[in-house]
Design a protein around this ligand. Sequence first.
Ligand code: B16
Ligand code: MG
Length: 222
Amino acid sequence: MTTPLKAFIFDLDGVITDTAEYHFLAWKALAEDLGITFTREDNEELKGVSRMDSLEKILELGGRTKDFSAEEKEALAEKKNEHYLTLIQDITPEDLLPAIKELISDIKSKGLKLGMASASKNAFTVMESLGMKSEFDIIVDAKTVVNGKPHPEVFLRAAEMLGVDPEACIGVEDAAAGVQAIKSAGMFAVAVGPKESFENADIVYASTAELSLEKIVEVYNG
Ligand code: B16
Ligand code: MG
């Protein structure tokens, strides 16, 4: 029998708002400075991946992993983050992705708990700008966990803080690494994006516009 549903745990970037595009623009500018070609396709590999791991992947693309010391890599990541922070400073509640506001309000009106599990160190800033910080019961960001996605730690920590069993949670993600983290945490996984990217998700929606609490709960309850 399915465990009665208690909570939803959302990813931030690419699910609640499209900061994925700003991450892309900031990484692309840094890559160009380093003489590395970085495409939107390459960027798909970075979704849900931590800042330092993303930098390593970009340096690998350009065959430049050995060219920088640890301090220089920290400085490169900091430079990207400063650029990213300038890009996100104009975020407002208008930047919530389609149907997200309604979904969150439906979840709350059903008495379900609401958490966030983000790989971003900027999650609190972005949530504040979206006017969403106080809507969520808890937010776990990259500053609070040791292991990045696909490790389940960020989702497990969110469930623990909400005081619910992982099996009673639904995780929502736009990244393959994130869906893997949800499944490794023992949760039900809703993915947003192209079907072929999410073989292990329990439901896949092409965009957030299609998300509806009723449909998700129906599949969850089997
Ligand atoms: P930051 P999420 C992730 O956030 C992004 O998907 C990923 O592209 C980014 O590199 C990572 O956060 C780190 O972000 O540099 O702001 O700490 O999708 O898990 O909410
Ligand atoms: Mg994401």
